[in-house]
Design a protein. Sequence first.
Length: 389
Amino acid sequence: MTHPTLDIDLFTDEALAEPFEGYRQIREAGPAVFLERYGVWAIGRYEPLRAALADWETFSSAQGIGLSQASNRTTKGLIIATDPPEHDRLRGVLADKLSPRALRGMGGWIREQAEAHVERVLAQGGFDAVTDLAAPFPVQIVLDLVGLPQEMRPKVLGWAEAAFNAGGPPVPRTFEAQPLLEEQFAMLAEIDSDALAEGSFGRAIYDAAAEGKIDRDSCVPLMSAYVTAGLDTTINAVSAAIQLFAEHPEQWDAIRADQSLMGGAFNEIVRHQSPVSWFSRVTTRDADVDGVVIPAGSRVMMMYASGNRDERKWDEPERFDVHRNPVDHLAFGYAVHGCAGQGLARLEAISLLQALSIRVARFEIGTPVPRLNNRIRGLASLPTVAVRA
């Protein structure tokens, strides 16, 4: 039986910096495509991708969500690398703390932190939208919520970078990341749970183990999930927003004039720039994807960033438009494995953008430096000058 195939490499420096032509080729080739170079399948069109994400029984996460066997072994037990019912048990540990009600309760505190952070950054004059503005804020917020010991905090951005890189195919960037991924798990395992702050996410995880709600072996993977996965979406979304609003000042004018557009603008930012490019699944049985059969036991790349640029779904998908409000984007995944922390990421990013909208009339940027990572896409640096309102 014939099926669509492509011999393209999505993991060169050039492809990671500018991936959208490769994604277009995948979408044009078919609803599901076999990528010969790495021996995996890819689903890049919006509708079949959304359907596959909803079918966790066929497209299983239990064998890991990377392309690297070493990474999948190390990350065994992460929420995103499990299926129900274990997935639901693990996710339930912090469900109350990440609920809409809980986020409303911490909203005032996060907005106050955002106001203070933006004032400090703007006082510098010129700043880097990644390292000065976008990165420090979620590191402070998330790690305070998790209760991570201070001595570990300087390591977390490197750990996050490695966690996403280590899941790539057998290329140098993947191999170089694996030791850092293993270091993260080893250091988290050394945490004295009694030293974690009362009420913190970390204490809640260890309390759940003590109460028999989860296995003790699940504590470190859960800590890892919230320490590292909780950072990059916000960092990449905020820095992407500064670049987009600098390049499209009329869009910045629109949200400054009408704050009700802010939520839709965030949706459009993450649709347009999709901080997480892909995760993978393994088929538990033959899967018919719009007439293309993926055999049982196949590893399949779920191409979130490609689906978010699918011409079959979006009108002029390459156009950035804060009035679009694409509420059904796939930047946070979908269904069972939709990002547990997406509400927090949204609150953090919007709080920063609101604080900036009051104070900044225009962003002037220098040359963006892409952040090259196997699974996430963003900027490493973006020199910025903010013209005060």
